[in-house]
Design a protein around this ligand. Structure first.
Ligand SMILES: Nc1ncnc2c1ncn2[C@@H]1O[C@H](COP(=O)(O)OP(=O)(O)OP(=O)(O)O)[C@@H](O)[C@H]1O
Ligand SMILES: [Mg+2]
Length: 338
């Protein structure tokens, strides 16, 4: 964690600053009493060495995160996502506005015992292995030896690192480092998990695993806030999203509400012949609507990739051979029907 930032760049909350009050129409979120996170008119100005304003990283941000939801913070590079996370953790002081998180003000760092944080880049001890790393963080939370042993095993398995648990982290690939970072964030069994770009550096299988893990955390009753600019990942797991642009909130709502095009209808049927299509077109036009596109649905590249890997596992040695490739006696052809 970059604690220097709090020392070098920050000033205490500035009372002379009057943030503009942008009224945000927060859509209703799932039933619950108090939001887990309540942000009101939050502003952050990074200052230079002499205290002069350098960057307005957040401007009057207001939003709530409810218990048990997966909330996505989206936005281009430099839009204020990481800044928001650090403010939630109390690693930075706000320049204006308020944050209540798990019933406490964000600057009360004791509440961080109930929060798990996966930073953009994990700073882990390179010479420890996975088990030792998690055990070390378990000790920081004063967990008993028995608890530590149980949780270390559980989380190493959960993030898929059982096979590499005795290897030093300096030998880990980027994706493996991300996985151990997640296990570290979860070791204190937190109520709220903050994930900064959780799928960065993961291959599509790792990405799928990470998304499944996030959904599992939600099933276990935890609240998750993740930030990302990988839109497909956010769309797959988040209940609600906020889109930030240059430190300002531009969109907020349930993913399906934001993405549903209310003015259009799409029908999907089994394959139809030309005569049936002509008839249907006639009916649609009779009702005053028009047919905009007719095509066959495509699957996503992610689905194709995962299917290919799955099939490769099930049928080792089967490979794709282009039709014009010379025949080989040694290897079986993948595209041959069996
Ligand atoms: N320690 C700092 N000192 C000065 N400016 C900073 C500091 N940290 C971030 N900023 C600035 O604040 C703005 C928001 O940065 P932030 O890291 O929150 O963006 P982000 O949305 O997380 O971006 P990314 O997608 O690249 O991770 C940027 O203009 C950035 O340059
Ligand atoms: Mg960031």
């Amino acid at each position: 964690m970059d604690t220097n930032e709090a020392v070098n760049n920050e000033t205490m909350p500035e009372s002379d600053e009057t943030p503009e009050t942008a009224e945000v129409d927060t859509p209703a979120a799932p039933d619950s009493d108090e939001p887990v996170i309540k942000i009101r008119n939050l502003s952050k100005i990074y200052r230079d060495f002499w205290g002069r304003p350098k960057v307005q990283a957040l401007n009057s941000l207001s939003l709530d995160v409810q218990k048990g939801e997966v909330f996505g913070l989206l936005g281009p590079n430099g839009s204020g996502k990481t800044t928001t996370m650090k403010l939630l953790l109390g690693l930075l002081f706000p320049s204006g506005g308020d944050i209540t998180i798990l019933g406490e003000t964000a600057t009360n760092v004791e509440k961080n015992e109930r929060i798990g944080y996966l930073p953009e880049e994990s700073y882990l001890y390179r010479f420890l292995n996975a088990g030792e790393t998690l055990d070390f963080y378990g000790r920081l939370f004063n967990m008993s030896k028995a608890d530590r042993r149980e949780r270390v095993d559980r989380y190493i398995e959960m993030v898929g690192l059982t096979h590499a648990r005795h290897r030093q982290l300096k030998e880990y690939s980027k994706g493996m480092t991300r996985r151990i970072g997640l296990a570290q964030a979860l070791i204190n069994d937190p109520d709220l998990v903050l994930l900064d770009e959780p799928t960065t550096g993961l291959d599509p299988l790792g990405t799928r695993d990470m998304k499944d893990l996030i959904l599992k955390l939600r099933d276990d009753g935890k609240t998750v806030v993740m930030c990302s600019h990988l839109l497909a990942d956010v769309q797959d797991v988040c209940d609600r999203i906020a889109i930030l642009y240059e430190g300002e909130l531009k969109q907020l709502g349930r993913v399906e509400d934001l993405l549903t095009e209310q003015g259009r209808t799409r029908l999907m049927t089994s394959r139809l012949d030309d005569a049936a299509m002509a008839e249907i077109r006639e009916v649609i036009e009779r009702h005053g609507a028009s047919v905009e596109t007719i095509d066959h649905p495509t699957s996503t590249l992610e689905e194709l990739f995962l299917r290919t890997v799955e099939e490769s596992r099930e049928r080792p040695g089967r490979r794709f051979v282009p039709e014009d490739a010379p025949a080989s006696d040694e290897e079986p052809a993948a595209n041959e029907s069996e």
